[in-house]
Design a protein around this ligand. Sequence first.
Ligand SMILES: [Zn+2]
Length: 278
Amino acid sequence: MKHCFLRFPGFKLKALTLSYDDGAIFDKKLIEIMSKYALKGTFNINSGLFALEEGGRCLTQKEAFTLYTQSDNEVAVHGVKHLPLTEVNSAQALGEVLLDRQNLEKIFHKLVHGMAYAYGGYNDSVVEIVRSCGINYARTVDDSEGFTLPTDWLRWKPTCHHRNPKLMDLLQAFLEEQEGGYWRKSPKLFYLWGHSYEFEDNNEWYIIEDFAKLAGNRDDIWYATNGQIYDYVQAYHKLRFSAEGTFVYNPSAMDVYICYFGRKYKIPSGEMVDLEIL
Ligand SMILES: [Zn+2]
């Protein structure tokens, strides 16, 4: 039986993240709602499609910088011009990803290492191009309707789109994940995605408001960006256990929380911690 389980910061069993695409002005309203309920997420941006003037459907570069930076959400690649990567040649696909990454890193002065596939389009050769551009995680549009952490981070399947008819049932199931099985449960992640303009165009702001009211501001959930989740899971996998399993070293730059033989341990960054085996 498995005896070591990842726990999110604060020993939480659950994490929740959002992923919204295209840099629409409606991200402003979405982020207001997210902030009210402590939700965090990743915004996938096309750096070649910023509006030149305020007032349209796309954010200007300046508006985008202010919005995503002040709200402490993450910015990730979505292709310079939102081209379908499976339908252009390799050089174009490479340019879409690499140039978008370079542009966003310059604009936001932050490391950008995630993305979402424009139109959800990917195949094996696109994934290799994305990998070669230093992208560590990339979201698809294939709803898993599940809560497991990805094993293939460049083909990251979200739980569901916000228009998935099962949205609130899935959320309810996620919230009801019993803490009773805490000691032998794998960590759970709820991953919601979409476009903020869909709320506006379809008059469906109630969907995200209802979702946020129920999912947000809870003590038992870690609210994080896609990148924070990726980084944290990597730190967990980098833990080095002694041959007898009686101590562990955390070489990463972040504290890691685990359940080990039915006990909770916080392994501080750069430290070694003794463990008990039952
Ligand atoms: Zn898009």
